[in-house]
Design a protein around this ligand. Structure first.
Ligand code: ADP
Ligand code: MG
Length: 377
């Protein structure tokens, strides 16, 4: 039987995607790593059937009965609850369907040092922390992959953001100094050593401070372009095309859809190449793959911004061995794979480039490949 703690503390990390951007919802490959920035959920059982969520991120807690969860998330339209609370309550809603016995009421207190809306997936962190807590407190015994699916279901169906499963898988499965090579079709995941410390490398994040709007706008549009491309090419998903199919795709598709497809197809190949290189030569060789990923996101997928391009160019000029935008696009952060002794130069170079372009100063920090979701106490 699963141990059912009356109270405890759980946490789950944000993530950085090394390479493999906008491939997840195309059934493709991604190579993210969990970072040391984490969201913590302190959870205690209640004597009644109410669920109360509070977050340092929000002014006021939200409290509903377990029975009210269903009505908060209508199948059509926006959630009937404060946007932030849709994440933890959406996880509770998704998990409730997995419960065989009626779940008990809980108090959930959330605190996080994952920057919100910076492309580091604070959303997967909050989902992972709450899902890990509730599977234990409710005695559901779900494994990390099942909890990743719960997080995605909450984000897609409760919050209404059409994201893939990469973020949740990275947050659940992360390991110190390693990335997760994930096949988003089979959900087969493989831990790939990064050896950053041994290679003297760090990943610098340059957060442009421009917040993206995931649930709307360009992200949905890009997903539709990918679906259109796959339909026209007669495949289930763009994952089923390879670089050798691109000439045929160019004939069959309009110019814009073709560029979207070319990004996804070449990006999948870059992930496979990166994994092969990491196994054979370690992380010092993968820089050019990050550079070409950025060029593809900028020119073919057209989701970069002038701020992200400035960050990438400045990082490269200051000694980074590879750099690219990361996350959904239209703002957020860039990452730069940087030799340890160039980290300060990258920080200063990015800041100076932003000043001279007239952008607000970026937030620059390093991230460390770290452990995934866990119970802390
Ligand atoms: P990202 O995942 O890139 O940080 P998203 O837009 O996907 O950006 O998710 C951010 C949203 O997740 C926030 O606007 C908020 O609604 C919710 N969220 C994230 N972290 C927390 C937190 N610690 N407390 C409450 N809500 C959070
Ligand atoms: Mg997110």
């Amino acid at each position: 039987m699963t141990d059912r703690p009356a109270a405890g503390s759980w946490s789950a990390p944000g993530r950085v995607n090394l390479v493999g951007e906008h491939t997840d919802y195309n059934d493709g490959f991604v190579l993210p790593f969990a970072i040391a920035h984490r969201t913590h959920a302190v959870v205690g059982r209640r004597d009644d059937a109410r669920i109360r969520v509070a977050s340092t991120f929000a002014d006021a807690p939200v409290e509903v009965t377990l029975d009210e969860l269903e009505a908060l998330f209508p199948s059509e339209g926006a959630p009937r609850v404060a946007e932030w609370a849709a994440y933890p309550l959406g996880v509770a809603w998704a998990l409730r369907h997995a419960a065989t016995a009626p779940p008990v009421g809980v108090d959930i207190a959330i605190a996080s040092d994952v920057p919100v809306g910076a492309g580091l997936s604070s959303s997967a962190a909050i989902e992972g922390a709450v899902a890990s807590a509730l599977t234990d407190v409710w005695g559901l015994g779900l494994d990390p992959v099942a909890l990743a699916r719960v997080g995605r279901r909450a984000e897609n169906e409760a919050v209404g953001a059409p994201t893939g499963i990469m973020d949740q898988m990275a947050s659940m499965l992360g390991r110190a100094d390693a990335a997760i090579f994930l096949d988003c079709r089979s959900l087969h995941a493989e831990v790939v050593d990064l050896g950053f410390a041994a290679a003297g490398l760090e990943v610098v994040v340059i957060d442009t401070g421009v917040t993206h709007a995931h649930a709307t706008g360009g992200y949905r549009d890009r997903r539709e372009a990918c679906e259109r491309g796959a339909d026209t090419m007669g495949v289930r998903a763009l994952r089923d095309l390879s670089v050798a199919d691109l000439p045929r795709a160019e004939q069959a598709l309009d110019a814009e859809t073709f560029r979207r497809v070319r990004h996804v197809v070449t990006e999948n190949q870059r992930v496979l190449d990166a994994v092969r290189m990491l196994h054979a030569h370690g992380s010092a060789q993968i820089g050019p793959l990050l550079d070409s990923s950025h060029a593809s996101l900028r020119d073919d997928f057209e989701i970069s911004t002038p701020e992200l391009d400035t960050a990438v160019d400045a990082a490269r000029a200051a000694g980074a061995i590879g750099a690219r935008m990361t996350g959904g696009g239209f703002g957020g952060a860039a990452i730069a794979l940087t030799p340890h002794d160039c980290v300060d130069a990258v920080r200063d170079g990015a800041s100076a480039a932003f000043v001279s372009a007239g952008y607000p100063a970026p937030h620059v920090f390093t991230v460390t490949p770290s452990e995934g979701a866990r119970r802390d106490a």
